[in-house]
Design a protein around this ligand. Structure first.
Ligand SMILES: C[S@@+](CC[C@H](N)C(=O)[O-])C[C@H]1O[C@@H](n2cnc3c(N)ncnc32)[C@H](O)[C@@H]1O
Length: 252
């Protein structure tokens, strides 16, 4: 497992700049995901990799919705309470969820999928805790085009886990999920990057604020020229006919 000394999403300056929703699209994309998923009032929704708890706090304000969050970073629950007033957050790993079988109506995974070391294990855990007919909502960066070598960046960021749409859809599909929706949301990624440039002056200056060296930052920015990055929002249900998917029950 790659342990990076620097984790982008744990950087306070980045958190502040991102408005404590540590992903492109913010709550607008969360609302879109919920609309597509059609989750009813009274739904119990788990936000995996909830970060500063922006989504958990938002979901908690949706009438009748019960929101829970889990994050592997030990500092996130306290941060989420302090910054967003989000309470129901525990420390834990997506690959070992501390919840009962079929206990959730919805699962959100916002800008977390690319960070998961063992995606098939995490997907199996999501499958276990989601009830038949429930919805899994995944959004993250994806690879739109590769023009040359991209060795990855020397810090923990969703950029390192990018893969093409076919690869991501293949992985999630192979874990027994059926795609309900896949939307390209690249404009929100561009907006996010533009916000960083407006704040730091350039992307190289942003990377330098994290890695502390101008040379390293320029090399990072240079390697990024080899990939065209996009952003997606996807919604999944358990494939009918599988154990746990309960034929017919799987559709709303
Ligand atoms: C880019 S941040 C996104 C946070 C939040 N979803 C948001 O959109 O504001 C990624 C988060 O995923 C968490 N994370 C990474 N690997 C994880 C895992 N295996 N299990 C649970 N959380 C994880 C990180 O600690 C971090 O808070």
């Amino acid at each position: 497992m790659t342990e990076y000394p620097i984790k982008l999403y744990e950087n306070e300056e980045f958190q502040r700049c991102a408005g404590h929703a540590l992903r492109p699209g913010g709550l607008d994309l969360t609302r879109k995901a919920l609309d597509i998923s059609g989750l009813a009032a009274g739904s119990r929704v788990l936000d995996i990799g909830c970060g500063c708890g922006k989504t958990v706090e938002y979901l908690g304000r949706v009438p009748g919705m019960l929101a829970l969050g889990i994050d592997i970073s030990p500092e996130m629950p306290a941060l989420a309470r302090r910054l967003n007033g989000a309470q129901q957050i525990v420390v834990g790993d997506a690959g070992r969820l501390p919840y009962a079988d079929r206990s959730m109506d919805g699962i959100l995974c916002e800008c977390v999928y690319n960070l998961l070391e063992d995606r098939s294990r995490a997907l199996a855990e999501m499958d276990r805790v989601l009830r038949p007919g429930g919805r899994l909502m995944v959004s993250d960066l994806y690879l739109r085009e590769k023009r040359g070598e991209f060795p990855g960046l020397p810090l923990a960021t969703c950029i390192n886990g990018i893969a093409a749409r076919e690869t991501v859809a293949g992985e999630i599909g192979a874990a027994g999920w059926e795609m309900v929706a896949w939307q390209d949301e690249t404009p929100v990624y561009k907006q996010f990057v533009a916000g960083l440039i407006m704040t730091y002056g350039s992307m190289a200056a942003f990377w330098e604020s994290l890695v502390g060296s101008c040379q390293k930052a320029c090399a990072m920015q240079d390697s990024l020229k080899n990939v065209r990055i996009g952003y997606y929002l996807s919604v999944w249900g358990k494939r009918p006919g599988r154990p746990g998917a309960a034929n017919g029950e799987d559709r709303r």
